[in-house]
Each structure stands twice: as C-alpha cells, then as structure tokens.
Design a protein around this ligand. Structure first.
Ligand SMILES: Cc1cc2nc3c(=O)[nH]c(=O)nc-3n(C[C@H](O)[C@H](O)[C@H](O)COP(=O)(O)OP(=O)(O)OC[C@H]3O[C@@H](n4cnc5c(N)ncnc54)[C@H](O)[C@@H]3O)c2cc1C
Length: 316
C-alpha cells in the first residue's frame, strides 16, 4: 500500500480532504478540471455571515484563504486536468488525465469523487445564455447584483431560496423584479415574506410556466402562461445538478453508486458501496449541502480512508 489518494475536484470538499490526508501522512493528488481551484466559491461574490470564523467574507475571499492554506503544503494540485480514463485495478484505481499538454496515469489506493454541482437550465435557456451572456444568466454565480443598474427589469425564474434571496437583493437597490415559478414557492418563509413585503418592486407569479424566450429590441421576450412579457435580464435559478455525467461516460461502472438524479450515494463515512471509492461534498446524496458540510465531509472521508487502509474500516 502506497497511501496514494486521487481526489477528483478541487472545490472546498476536495481541498479539505486533501489537507486532512496530507496531515495524516498520506499522499493526496487533486485533479481539478477548471483552470483554478475553489469550485463554486469562484463564482460567489456575495458577502455573507454563514461560515464560522469568516464574518462577512465573500466566497471569493474564502476561496483565497483555502488556496493559500493548501499552497503551504507540497502535495500535487493539478488544475486544467482533463480526465481521459478511470479504471478499477483490483487494489485501487488508475486515473488517466492530461494537463499542460502531457498525458499521465495516476495510480491510487483510494479514489475520492468531489466534483460538485453546476447550475441547471433547460437547453433553450442554455442556448440563449451562450448567445446573449449579458441578458440571460444561469445560476446565482453569474448574477452580479451590484452591476445591475437600478430601474432595470429582471425576470427571475425559479421558486427556491436562490430566486427569492437574489430578487430581494436586486429590488433593494431599485431593480424591478418578477419571480416566475411553476408551483408554490419553495423558498424559506423569511425570504418569501421579505419579497411579499415589496409588492411594488417584486411581482410574484406562482403556477406560471415560461417559454418562447427570444431576443427583443431591448432585452429578451418570453411567454408567461401564454402571455407575452419582456425583461432586460432573465436569471435562471432552477437549482444545481451533480457533475457525474462526464465521470459516468468514462466509467459506466460508477452507475452502481449513482442515484436516479446523478448524485453519488455514500454512507455516513462518505464511503460508496464500491471498494475504496469515496465521495464528498455537493456531488453526494447527503441532504442540505453547504460550504461547511462540504469541508466537513472532506475530513470525514480522509479519516475513514486512514482507518480503512489500516485494516479497520469504520462500521456503518
Ligand atoms: C453564488 C453562490 C453562493 C453560495 N453561498 C453559499 C453560502 O452562503 N453558504 C454556504 O454554505 N454555501 C454557499 N454556496 C454553496 C457552496 O459554495 C457549495 O456548497 C460548495 O462550494 C460545495 O463544495 P464542493 O467542493 O462539494 O463542490 P464545488 O464547489 O462544486 O467544487 C467541485 C469542483 O470539482 C470540479 N470538477 C467537476 N467535475 C470534474 C471532473 N470531472 N474532474 C475534475 N474536476 C471536476 C469543479 O470544476 C469544481 O472546482 C454558494 C454557492 C454559490 C454558487
């Protein structure tokens, strides 16, 4: 046993797991497909007060602290890593990838999936966003609240926390917002109350289906329950889906541990039903994902890997 661990994804979960493994005397290797680590924190410009010890920090500044911490150690963190193969070797895994024009295969005793999630959108809106990236935004990460001028009209699609919270933040700075959602709102009661308290500024449109999105003279036009509407900016807040599709293409055997929605199924030690395969963070089927839980799951997986490699895996 060489105690090599390959971690797929350099977001908060993957970096936390790597740090804990390194500090336990193991050899983690983080493979991150993006040009930089940090995962969704790279797109979080908001100040918030949710992470203990980081009062009012933005996701971007928290990310910088994580990268700086990891950078103090000498384990490999490979960015712009394109996976090309994933095989079970019997005693571990072979992970083929290329980075910086060089093709390699890393052999590992354990594999940890930490590939997170990405914002979901139907193909029609994906295509609109790629044609008009200033007018159609997908996910909270693309919306810069402070860059939307007061007086603009925003159509917010979705009935969850992200839609209501961002609608409220926009309205507070003088933007007109309409929130469209198919059924009842799913957002926390507090966000719903805050939005309902701004009736002149925020329009709520429950039980409303939207379609027919197209460029208009100013902004975009679309239909809401068949009625023609216009907005300067359309923001799609349809939640997040797991980054497992590319992994499943490379390794169809992963299908044994992926649920119907694409999330990796794990037990309380972040272990999957496949030997030596762990998964952590938002890509897993654990409920109510957050930044602290992603970091915490990274440390749980690292400790469980140490115990398993010592021949005493924690019992579920
Ligand atoms: C705008 C915004 C605001 C947020 N606000 C909060 C908040 O206030 N509080 C809070 O607790 N949480 C918040 N979150 C959520 C928080 O950022 C996530 O819960 C956290 O980032 C999850 O970490 P993760 O490592 O599991 O996944 P991610 O952050 O998604 O990282 C996964 C990484 O894996 C990489 N990857 C994907 N596929 C592959 C592959 N095939 N090979 C290699 N690498 C791959 C991705 O590029 C990414 O870097 C927010 C998120 C956003 C976008």
């Amino acid at each position: 046993m060489t105690n090599e661990v390959v971690i797929l994804g350099g977001g908060p979960a993957g970096l936390s797991c790597a740090l804990w493994l390194h500090n336990s005397g193991y050899s983690p290797r983080v493979l991150e497909q993006a040009p930089a680590c940090g995962g969704l924190l790279r797109f979080n410009h908001h100040e918030n007060d949710w992470l203990l010890g980081f009062p009012n920090a933005t996701g971007l500044s928290i990310r910088e602290r994580f990268i700086e911490h990891v950078g103090r150690h000498d384990f490999p963190v490979v960015t712009s890593a394109a996976l090309s193969g994933l095989r079970a070797t019997g005693s571990g895994f072979g992970v083929a990838y290329s980075a910086g024009g060089e093709a390699r295969e890393a052999l590992a005793d354990f594999l940890v999936i930490a590939s997170g999630t990405r914002p979901r959108a139907p193909a029609e809106l994906e295509s609109l966003a790629s044609q008009y990236p200033q007018r159609c935004l997908i996910g909270a990460g693309q919306l810069r609240i402070d860059e939307v001028p007061p007086g603009r009209r925003v159509a917010m699609l979705g009935g969850g926390d992200n839609a209501f919270e961002n609608a409220w933040l926009l309205a507070r700075r003088g933007v007109w917002v309409d929130i469209y959602y198919r059924g009842e709102a799913r957002a926390q009661r507090d966000w719903q109350n805050r939005c309902a308290a701004m009736p002149g500024r925020i329009g709520l449109h429950p039980h409303t289906a939207t379609d027919g999105f197209a460029k208009a003279a100013q902004g975009l036009e679309f239909r809401a329950n068949g009625e023609l509407r216009q907005a300067d900016i359309v923001v799609v807040m349809y939640g997040y889906g797991p980054n497992t599709d590319a992994l499943l293409q490379l390794a169809p055997w992963l299908g044994d541990v992926v649920d119907a929605h694409g999330f990796v199924q794990v037990n309380e030690y972040q272990r999957t039903a496949l030997p030596r395969l762990y998964a952590i963070g938002d890509v897993t089927n654990r409920p109510l994902p957050t930044l602290p839980s992603a970091i915490g799951q990274g440390s749980v997986a690292a400790k469980a890997i140490v115990l398993e490699s010592e021949g005493r895996p924690p019992a579920p």
